[in-house]
Design a protein around this ligand. Structure first.
Ligand code: GDP
Ligand code: MG
Length: 440
């Protein structure tokens, strides 16, 4: 998969100390292949790798930081750029006005499912949505919408399948107005392929009532075809945004990456399953991370990369192995943590913690860290470098200097000594990946 491929490329980059122009080129050749395999549009890939190459080589010359990480960041940022930088919200009028949203797309793309999910979300946000059944062709289409509407608790307006869609739209609009609904969703019919009659029908609806947003629904599983569909719909009827469905399946990232670049319209939502709750807003940065296969760990790497001095870390490891861990080292590790945005920020980026965040945050007291820091800073350089020097009178002086109770100094020194002892017993503790992650 693209994810695996890119991770392999970056693993190789990461293990190198310096990144030459040849390295960048070689890595990007792999990235290019991987993107093409993921069904990303050829032109998009070409432009993409060109941009990344220019940026990567330039920046490497400017600062010789871990260059592999640099390339990851540039690739990531460019992926985000391709997809539109930030989340595009569904443009809604104020609550006292009616917004009309028309769902369009091929048959089976997920219009009926998505429109119901969206209506459910609107309702949860305090809006008053109304769903209108305009698919008069597909057998069971009206019932399907009715069932979904019931699930999300949203009224469904229908007139059976003998009335023209444009006329249903008119009646639904009037019904919405008279019942005080403020978001009207039109669930239109799709065809197996884009054809004239479908286009004409959509245009007829728009000539009958004022449609504020035309949302195109495309199936991510169809890859490059989804991009073609988006481009054609945009050219023939005009669209305001895209919903990419079935992103929960074994989809390649291609469609998500190229839609914006090819048709100029943003992805607003992604469908992540068949359940009514499986609809998420589209976040270009999250999608880029997902494509890179690193989740939010990517941003953790970036921050850590920028702030942790590898040399220092290696030195520290040596010291710990020899059980020479000092107060200076402790202070250092605290600085590193703080540079990375504090413990809670680090925790928030760890994969898999999700719902546990609040709990964990409660357990870690950053004020407590600040007091520990004050205590260490009240020590003399000699005391910091040699923990064995500590005595009662020294502790009293330190407490005064740090503005804390002597009890707190004692407690801290005790926990420091325990940490030191523990480290002595576990020489493997500071192996790669554990660096800078110890507390008191
Ligand atoms: P429509 O013809 O465009 O109205 O498409 P439907 O809403 O009827 O959806 C077609 C099929 O795709 C149904 O079986 C849906 O349950 C399924 N579907 C829609 N969205 C998603 C999604 O995000 N993930 C998955 N796995 N299935 C979806
Ligand atoms: Mg449908």
């Amino acid at each position: 998969s693209l994810t695996d491929k890119l991770q392999n490329v970056f693993k190789n980059l990461r293990s190198k100390g310096k990144l030459t122009e040849d390295d960048v080129k070689a890595a990007l050749k792999e990235v290019k292949m991987a993107l093409l395999e993921a069904d990303v549009n050829f032109k998009v890939v070409k432009q993409f790798t060109k941009t990344v190459q220019e940026k990567a080589i330039g920046q490497d010359v400017m600062n010789g930081l871990n260059p592999g990480q640099m390339v990851i960041k540039i690739v990531h940022d460019e992926l985000v750029n391709l997809m539109g930088e930030s989340t595009t919200e569904l443009p809604l009028k104020p609550s006292n006005d009616l917004t009309v949203i028309m769902m369009i797309g091929l048959q089976g793309s997920g219009k009926t499912t998505t429109v119901s999910k969206l209506a459910g979300q609107m309702k949860q946000k305090g809006r008053k949505p109304l769903l209108a059944a305009l698919d008069v062709y597909r057998p069971g289409a009206i019932e399907q919408l009715q069932i979904n509407g019931d699930k999300v608790g949203v009224e469904v307006f229908s007139m059976g399948n003998q009335v023209k869609p444009a006329d249903i739209a008119r009646a639904a609009y009037d019904h919405a107005k008279s019942t005080g609904a403020n978001v009207l969703f039109l669930d239109t019919a799709g065809r197996l392929q884009i054809d004239e009659s479908m286009m004409e029908e959509l245009v007829a609806i728009r000539e009958t009532i004022k449609v504020d947003v035309s949302l195109l629904v495309v199936d991510a599983m169809t890859g490059q075809e989804a991009v073609n569909v988006a481009r054609t719909f945009n050219e023939k009827v005009g669209i305001d945004g895209v919903v990419l469905t079935k992103m929960d399946g074994d989809t390649r990232g291609g469609a998500a990456l190229s839609i914006r670049a090819i048709c100029g319209k943003p992805i607003m939502y992604v469908g992540m399953g068949e359940k009514m709750s499986d609809l998420e807003q589209f976040y270009p940065d999250r999608m880029a991370s997902r494509i890179l296969g690193m989740g939010d760990v990517l941003s953790l790497i970036e921050k850590a990369q920028a702030n942790i001095d590898e040399e220092k870390a290696r030195e520290l490891e040596q010291r710990v192995r020899k059980a020479q861990f000092t107060y200076d080292d402790y202070l250092n590790s605290m600085d590193q943590m703080r540079n990375m945005g504090g413990i809670s920020s680090i925790l928030s980026m760890m994969p898999g913690l999700g719902g546990k965040m609040k709990e964990l945050e409660g357990m870690i007291d950053e004020k407590d860290l600040a007091r520990k820091e004050a205590i260490i800073k009240s020590m003399t350089p000699k005391e910091r470098a040699n923990p064995d020097l500590m005595s009662m009178s020294r502790k009293q002086r330190i407490a005064k200097g740090a503005g804390v109770d002597i009890v707190e100094v004692n407690r801290f020194i005790k926990s420091f000594e325990q940490t030191r002892k523990m480290m002595k017993q576990m020489p493997g503790l500071m192996k790669k990946g554990k660096r800078g992650k110890f507390g008191g």
